[in-house]
Ligand binder design. Structure first.
Ligand code: UT7
Length: 349
């Protein structure tokens, strides 16, 4: 039986450390509020002009590729998860392919926000299992710092997010019991707008208002991006935090249990749970709900904040580097976020 194994893993976080105290320069917040509600102490911000979502992905990918013992020219497919791409289009996958001088391979972008990396891993896993590709680069990278509202208006969102990238090389293996055992993907679009960045976009929600009734198509077309959007802060992410929190604490345990049950395993069998780093309180709730010990869960949101699609591979990489993920360990990856979308992956390291 062919299964996908993680043959190499890498991560990159920018040098610039931004503490909670630093954010007080821009908005009315406090270190106490941020730590109490989220567990975050500091995050990293990319260099304003010299680093992008793609350049950070390149750094993480170089390490993952080297650790897999291959070269960029050996990669035969890219799956790139991000919500903060360098361009609205084309996606970051092709930019990574170009930057790393890879062959003319396929490059796919995944837009699933916080669950993006687990979705991307699941897509790559199918290509490996079917024998289509032998070396797939799966990446999660985000440069949030470029698109946050740093006024008090946006503080409930801005204090949470940080920049960074993580990458893995997926390869086939026939070694008994090793590799990705199963992946589980879910969505519920009913709450799509409660954690979203609306503009620019084609939804035309604003233009449905009465005052725009006499505008013709060309005029409305020009309003894809407007001064009003900027003035009203509608170009920044919107989040109803408490609503997201309530759903997350239900769906995280559910999707982890789904993965365990699909493999006739239980929480006690987990050696390491890597939850998406959305909020330390959510991770602690999930840990408690599943009856997991501290040694079974890895958190690093304290140092990096929420890096969305990059959070799972960064946390997995650090856990592995610290020797907390070893050969034979049962590792569970789980994520929940905007969409809503949520997902899990169970693997034997
Ligand atoms: O990874 C993507 C998925 N996202 C998540 O999973 C996020 C889930 N939600 C959360 O993590 C939490 O809801 C937050 C951390 C975002 C917010 O924590 P909360 O305990 O739910 O706070 P809240 O939004 O209910 O706001 C409580 C108070 C409000 O003031 P009033 O109305 O009680 O006077 C906010 O205005 O805290 C205020 N507030 C802040 N105060 C200081 C909101 N943001 C801040 C801030 N600093 N940064």
């Amino acid at each position: 039986m062919i299964r996908s194994v993680i043959a190499g893993i890498g991560m990159y976080v920018p040098e610039q450390v931004v503490t909670n105290q630093d954010l007080l320069k821009y908005m009315d917040t406090s270190d106490a509020w941020i730590q109490e509600r989220t567990g975050i102490q500091e995050r990293r911000y990319a260099h304003r002009t010299q680093e992008t979502t793609t350049t950070m992905a390149v750094e993480a990918s170089r390490i993952a590729i080297e650790r897999a013992g291959i070269t960029p020219q050996d990669i035969d497919f890219i799956v790139f998860a991000t919500l903060s791409p360098d361009y609205y289009f084309p996606g970051c996958g092709v930019l990574l392919q170009r930057a790393m001088k890879m062959r003319e391979i396929g490059a796919l972008d995944v837009r699933n926000q916080c669950s993006g990396f687990v979705y991307a891993l699941s897509v790559a896993d199918q290509f490996i299992r079917t024998g289509t590709y032998k070396n797939i680069l799966v990446v999660g990278s985000e440069k949030h710092s470029f698109g946050l509202d740093f006024t008090t208006r946006g503080r409930n969102v801005s204090v949470i997010f940080g920049d960074g990238a993580g990458a893995v090389v997926l390869q086939p293996s026939t070694e008994e019991g090793r590799g990705i055992l199963s992946t589980h993907l879910h969505s519920d679009g009913d709450s799509a707008e409660i954690l979203a960045m609306y503009n620019p976009g084609t939804h035309a929600n604003h233009w449905k208002e009465e005052k725009y009734a006499d505008f013709d198509d060309a005029e409305i077309g020009q309003m894809f991006f407007s001064h009003a959007m900027i003035d009203n802060g509608q170009i920044y992410p919107y989040m109803d935090g408490p609503a997201v929190f309530k759903k997350a604490v239900i769906k995280f345990p559910e999707v982890i249990m789904e993965a365990l049950q699909a493999n006739n395993l239980g929480p006690a069998d987990i050696n390491m749970l890597i939850p998406h780093q959305a909020n330390l309180r959510i991770a602690q709730f999930v840990q408690q709900k599943l009856g997991l010990g501290d040694h079974q869960v890895y958190n690093n949101i304290q140092r990096y904040g929420n890096t969305t699609a990059a959070s799972v591979p960064i946390a997995l990489c650090e856990a592995w580097q610290e020797g907390r993920v070893k050969p034979g360990d049962l590792v569970c990856l789980a994520a929940f976020g905007s969409g809503f979308t949520w997902a899990s992956a169970l693997l034997r390291w």
